[in-house]
Design a protein. Sequence first.
Length: 323
Amino acid sequence: MSLSEFGLIERYFRHCGVAREDVRVGVGDDAAVLECPPGQHLVAAMDTLVDGVHFPHGAPPDSIGYRALAVNLSDLAAMGARAAWALLALTLPEADEGWLSQFAAGFAKLARLHNLALVGGDTTRGPLCVTVQVLGHVSGSAMLRSGGRPGDALFVSGTPGDAAAGLALEQGRWPESGGTQYLRERFLFPTPRMELGERLREYASACIDVSDGLLGDAGKLAAASGCGAEIVYADLPLSEPLVRVAGAERAHELALTGGDDYELCFSVGPGQLAQLLAQMPPERWGYRRIGSLRQAPGIDLVRDGAAVRLPPSGYDHFAGTGR
Ligand code: ADP
Ligand code: MG
């Protein structure tokens, strides 16, 4: 590695995020040395963002840094884990300091919010590509995709579809109007639902984060649980800006099939349902019931009282954001 690249690591990544006491050795040696809390399980996730594939070429650098961490944190949220550390593998076409400082600021902003330390990584030259690994822990059992049972209520957090609309706007595929800034930000700066995930461990039978579209990800949860699911069209939580910008019909389609939302989709058994609703009120925690798991495999969309079967291959029918 050249001196200037060494300097870049020192400058932008040695003190990125928070200083944690459980980091015995962080950036600067050959590897990080981390102290795992006794009796807890280590939870690890990794995701890569490729320029022009996972974000538009020329996207704001602070958004790229933020999203690279957010998409990983979201995976930990889905497991009910608390994040602690991250590693960053960064491939850059050039060492552009303006770009790097914004990228690092975006990453650091979210890292600080979740008390996370950047403890190592790798820096290489090549087409822009960002890989982040997050490590965290969970006491007791993590939430899995596979714990759902027929009859469990199915929920989603936030307002899915917003990020797909935001991406369409970022790419200039949709005209600008009122409310579009909100939608753009849902794509550029998604909110990993860390606190919700951690709290849901007490109530949820299964959980998945919604990165590839609600239908597809709810389908994965249902299939992993050996179930199918029914989703009620009229119960999909839609943001006001999404409906205004996309129209009601398109807004529903995007909520079902748009990607990049990083919300949580989770199931709750009948024994936990009343407690969940009482102790974590949906309005306060930002989630809504959208249907139920059921025995028969596959996903049905219930619209105006009629159920439409959506086999996995049929999801594409609803896709239309051009990704
Ligand atoms: P080595 O050649 O031994 O792998 P490097 O020179 O690649 O070491 O990295 C030196 C130190 O800087 C290591 O602690 C490594 O984890 C850290 N590091 C390298 N790139 C990054 C990065 N993009 N973000 C955070 N830490 C990094
Ligand atoms: Mg290295």
